[in-house]
Design a protein around this ligand. Structure first.
Ligand code: SF4
Length: 451
């Protein structure tokens, strides 16, 4: 049997499974966790600890058809400026609960398109955050930049505010593919924005491209990957396009009959991956690549690589606080998500209330399974003895589970002593193998293809 036939026999090309950026995954959050937990969990952050902050800006100038992000199109700045006022209010409410001496280790602005904020709003929001929670030494401030929606004044404002890492979504550089996914963004414009960022001292660059888009073939993914490599990004994410038009209505505009098959998706992924490796990048988890010495690469080699809502991270903080509509926070105790609809979020915060709408409080078994799934997703291996030692009081028969998984996915999973390992050839199965350790039921409709 060829490797592809073996992977097919295990169901790789049909399976729909979570991406496991959290455990349990967001569909399992409930309204049993709301403001009471959010407020007490913020108050329980240890004095003098470092936290990370995610700021969500749910607005874009145009709505790209491929994108499943929760965001709304705006033609002028009024709703954006008004939203920023409410964000500042939410930040003040939250910071008033934080114990003394807490510092900010990571600040990330995402969305949506934070780069559509007017320059004075960028300055005000960043200043407000810095006044409330001082930056820790070596803090990282990253922003998602849409090259179509950023100008010199905005870039100046971001640089002056202390932004030191930018994240640029590219998807694909082929103009025809860009047209059918509703996102036109030329290579020349993207290169110009990268140069402008670097001219302002912002050298750290993340970039995302997608495989599995309509009309993509080997030649187009090679061209896009090579063009991206010419920017010399520190980190790259090579994400599979998730076609879920029943959840993201805009995707109904994508020509389904032109999407590559699952087998072709694997070929596109392998082609691009090989080019990143050849260019000297190291593979990080299932879909990231980093230059040697980059924070992600160092975290992987030191066993500190983590997974959060933004994918892989070297952020060691135990607390990530999400601010803005639909933003998710992670605490030692569990997850909390703000009201998803922007109107509901605005009404709650403007009324002086906490906008937490749902979440999940961890059980001990959640922690154990979350640890196993994070290790599988980050390192393709789990040390059973270490997990058993840490969670000795949890009545779960891990050894039987590991043996069942090894037998089901042989020869792509091996069990040596107390260590379960996914072989390099089996890595496309990683999300499916992680799913084996997930104790919650799953509706396939809510998830994307495993590859
Ligand atoms: S890809 Fe970016 S600009 Fe396009 S709709 Fe999604 S968040 Fe907005």
């Amino acid at each position: 049997m060829t490797q592809q036939t073996q992977l097919a026999a295990l169901g790789l090309f049909n399976a729909k499974v979570p991406r496991y950026t959290s455990y349990p995954t967001a569909p399992h959050f409930s309204t049993g966790v709301q403001s009471r937990q959010f407020e007490s969990w913020v108050q329980a952050v240890p004095e003098g600890d470092s936290v990370s902050l995610y700021i969500h800006v749910p607005f874009c100038r145009r709505l790209c058809w491929f994108c499943a992000c929760r965001t709304q199109g705006v033609s002028n700045d009024d709703p954006v400026v008004s939203y920023i006022g409410t964000l500042k209010q939410e930040l003040s409410q939250m910071a008033a609960l934080l114990p003394a001496g807490v510092t900010l280790s990571r600040l990330h602005w995402g969305g949506g398109s934070p780069s559509i904020l007017p320059p004075d709003q960028i300055t005000e929001l960043a200043g407000h955050i810095a006044d409330l929670i001082p930056f820790a030494k070596d803090a990282e401030f990253s922003v998602e930049i849409d090259p179509n929606e950023v100008d010199d004044a905005r870039l100046d404002a971001f640089a002056a505010a202390g932004m030191n890492r930018s994240s640029i979504g590219i998807q694909d550089f082929d103009p025809e593919i860009q047209k059918v996914i509703g996102r036109e963004q030329s290579f020349e414009l993207t290169r110009e924005v990268v140069n402008k960022l670097r001219a302002r001292g912002i050298y750290s660059l993340n970039a995302d491209i997608l495989f599995g888009l309509p009309f993509q073939d080997t030649a187009s993914i090679v061209d896009t990957t090579e063009k991206l490599l010419s920017f010399e990004p520190d980190r790259v994410a090579l994400y599979g396009y998730a076609h879920v038009p029943w959840m993201a209505k805009r995707q109904a505009l994508i020509p389904e009959d032109k999407l590559p098959s699952s087998i072709e998706r694997l070929g596109l992924y392998n082609t691009s991956r090989a080019l990143f490796l050849k260019a000297g990048y190291n593979a990080i988890g299932i879909d990231h690549f980093a230059r040697p010495g980059d924070g992600l690469d160092v975290a992987l080699s030191e066993g500190r690589l983590r997974r959060n809502f933004q994918g892989y991270t070297d952020d060691g903080c135990d607390t990530l606080i999400g601010i803005g509509a639909s933003a998710i926070s992670k605490f030692r105790q569990g997850y909390v998500q703000n009201a998803s609809a922007t109107s509901a979020y605005l009404a709650l915060v403007r009324d002086g209330k906490c906008s937490a709408a749902r979440g999940h409080e961890f059980t001990l078994e959640d922690r154990l399974r979350g640890r196993i799934i994070e290790e599988v997703m980050c390192t393709f291996r789990v040390d059973l003895a270490a997990v058993e030692k840490e969670f000795a009081s949890v009545p779960v028969d891990l050894r039987s589970e590991m043996m069942r998984v090894q037998q089901k996915y042989a020869p792509f999973v091996t069990l040596s002593g107390t260590s379960l390992h996914i072989t390099p050839e089996g890595q496309p199965l990683t999300r499916m193998i992680a799913r084996e350790f997930d104790a919650y039921s799953m509706d396939e409709k809510g998830h994307s293809l495993a590859i």
